[in-house]
Structure formats: C-alpha cells, structure tokens
Write a protein that binds this ligand. Sequence first.
Ligand code: ASP
Length: 327
Amino acid sequence: MILLGKRALLGAAAGLALSAPALAQGTYPTRPISMIIPFAAGGPTDTVGRLIAQVMGNDLGQTVVVENVGGAGGTLGAQRVAQARPDGYTILLHHIGMSTIPTLYRRLAYDAVNGFETIGLVTEVPMTLVARRNFPANNLAEMVQVIRRDRDRINLANAGVGAASHLCGLLFQKALDTAVTTVPYRGTGPAMNDLVAGTVDVMCDQTTNTVEQIRAGTIRGFAVTTPSRIAALPDMPTAAEAGLPNFEVSVWHGLYAPRNTPAPVVERLNRALVAALRDENIARRFGDLGTEPVAVARATPQAHREFWQADIAKWRPLIQAAGQFAD
Ligand code: ASP
C-alpha cells in the first residue's frame, strides 16, 4: 500500500448468474475468460496480468484473454467489469487505485466500492523514481536539485488521476515542495516508451515496468520506494538512503469479478489464482521484476475484501483532507 497518509501525508446487472445446473455439474468455465487490465499494454499491471493469465488458463482449461481497457486513471476498465455479466467470463486485475478511486472520483458510472466480488490479492510491487537516460543527475539528490531548478520545464509522466504513478508523483512533488507539469497516459507502458525516447523527463513507476529498462541503461533509476533495497536492483538505494526519508510506496494488485458472480465461480477463479501464485516460473519472473507473489493466505476472497475495504477507509480522509479530486 502507499504509506502516504501515515508517513507524509453497476453493480453488474443482477439476475444474470450462471444457471444452477451448469454450476452443479462443475462445468465452468466452458469458454475463454476475459481479463480486463485497466491500463495500456506493456505497463506493469499488464505484465502481472499476462503472467498470471497464462497459468490461470492452464489451471482452468480455458484461455484467459488479456484485454487492455486503459484511460481515466484505471476507471474505464473497472467500469467495464463492474457492468459485465456476473458469470465468471469477465474479470479485472487492478491495483491500489481500487482504494483511492472511490474517493478521488466523485462521479462514476459504476459502484467502485460494492460493484465487485474479490477473488484474491496477487502481489505488492515496489516503485522506483526514474528519469530519461540523459537526465543531468547522478543520484537522487542531484535529480531533486535539477527538478527544483528547472521546475517550469520538467515533465512528470503518469497513468492518470488515481493511478499509482499519479499518487507516487504527488508524494514526490510534496516531498520536494515543488510542482511540475504532469503528462497523463493510458498506462505507464506508453509513458515508458516516451521516457526511453526522452520526450518526458521523470516518472515514478512499479519495478515490474522499470527494472529491465534500468538494467539495460535505457532509463536511469535513482531510488526504490521500499524500506530496504530489493534483490532485483541491489545497487539502487532506497529513497531514505538517498535523502528522502519516509518515502515508502508499494502497489498492491488484486483480482475481481462483477458483483453477484456466483460463489462457486469465484472459488474456482481463486483456485486458479492460487495455482498461479504457487507457480515456480511466476515466482521467478516476479523476482526478476522486483516483486513476489503474495502469501497464499492473503490470496483469499475474504482476506482480499478486508484488506481492500480497510485501504479505502484509510485513503478516504487523506484524500478529502487534501481536497484533490479527479473532477
Ligand atoms: N503503473 C501504472 C500506474 O501508474 C499503471 C499501469 O500502466 O500498469 O498505476
């Protein structure tokens, strides 16, 4: 979760459930399942989604097709799922935005709090403060100096209001007491392309999108936002080590189905998720990308719901006090 507060700061159409006989015979699923990613292809949520979709599909005996529905800070994809038939054939992989969107967005066409069944938590991903390759700084302190000095020219990329990159960027600007121009994208996949091309200057994004680029030298990484360094980037200092104390951000991801999806279907999807979380190849890929699967005890519908609802309650007063809404 983003520790911003502590430290620094439809319903789907009812009655469309699967027929009882289909469930009783345990036939679900009989056709491909669509996994909606509420951000553009190539970004961190997409990467996590494509990895788990493959193993979930093997476990379910049906293809799990990833579909990117980016835009409006992850609300368009969430809306698509909240308004889908609750039959287990449309699911959502989202992130911490599920906790902030209900307060940040005061007008939504779907119920952002009660519009979903939780399937399970997936992973918590550290973030990194990164910049274009030729950004004129050798470390975080110099990056901060340049941003303060050139504040009128610096562009900070993000994935729209409510996205993790937006929240981390806000925290960063607040820590620096410096506002810069933000450039919203439909996801940080396309934002990363522009960072690599040098047409935007800085970004805060999940390691699942930044580790490989940092290692390849196509962008520069200045700090990781966890209390300790991470194995995937052992030479990268934590933000605290690099001079930004209490700057801790991690981005949890969870899997959802539309409200009123029958419990046996949610349970079946949960079993497939657990199979993915136990998969050695997924653990290795997640590790390469600076993260790890959540403990299986946290990947239950109940644990996910409790965590999510507590996180909504944590964020609500912080966002209201900041008075920064998406509309
Ligand atoms: N990392 C993005 C964010 O800022 C979302 C994405 O493209 O996965 O929330």
